[in-house]
Design a protein around this ligand. Structure first.
Ligand SMILES: Cc1cc2nc3c(=O)[nH]c(=O)nc-3n(C[C@H](O)[C@H](O)[C@H](O)COP(=O)(O)O)c2cc1C
Length: 169
């Protein structure tokens, strides 16, 4: 088996998104945490995944509500990303959030997301000290004026896309 520090260094080398995965708790409180392990899974049907530590408080809210929302943070939201990476119960104090139109799903960080995907929980896959949440994406939105915040090697950055690097179509 690879040594833990080397494993972390390998996985941290490639940039990932800085997202906030949110859910509503059984007693109606907004919950959320910063997550870089999120990605698209399938187009037909539209599926996305997020990997959460088994010890995450937000995970309990996802299990209870059977729904979650992936908020891809906008550039410049480094402080928000770090505040959602704590165990504080006041994470939403500084965030403007709305409920998804469909009702089910976690809070949408209206002013701070470059894009969001509201998911109905399809499956929870146990995977070591984490779980993989597989969600059916039922609603989404994009704020074209924002580039998404990214994270690699313990640093945040915002990726503007030079026109020459865009794929056709
Ligand atoms: C940039 C960054 C990326 C992170 N990615 C993940 C992740 O993919 N999965 C995860 O479970 N925790 C991740 N974390 C750690 C959680 O945000 C942190 O443990 C948080 O306090 C959990 O909150 P909760 O217990 O209230 O849900 C990340 C933290 C940072 C700063």
């Amino acid at each position: 088996m690879i040594e833990a520090e080397l494993f972390k260094a390998v996985m941290a080398a490639a940039p990932g998104p800085a997202a906030v995965v949110t859910a509503m708790s059984a007693d109606g409180e907004p919950c959320g945490l910063t997550v870089s392990a999120v990605c698209s899974v399938s187009l037909d049907p539209p599926l996305a995944l997020a990997c959460l530590d088994r010890g995450s408080n937000t995970l309990a809210a996802v299990r209870d509500s059977r729904a979650f929302t992936i908020n891809y943070l906008a550039g410049g939201r480094e402080e928000l990303a770090m505040s959602f990476a704590t165990k504080s119960d006041r994470k939403f104090d500084r965030a403007n959030w709305t409920r998804p139109g469909a009702g089910a799903g976690g809070p949408i960080l209206a002013d701070d997301a470059a894009a969001y995907a509201v998911c109905r929980l399809e499956e929870i896959v146990e995977a070591g000290d984490h779980v993989i949440l597989v969600g059916a994406v039922v609603e989404g939105g994009v704020a074209e004026e924002h580039h998404a915040l990214a994270y690699a090697r313990r640093a945040f950055f915002t990726g503007a896309q030079p026109d020459g690097a865009r794929l056709a179509g």
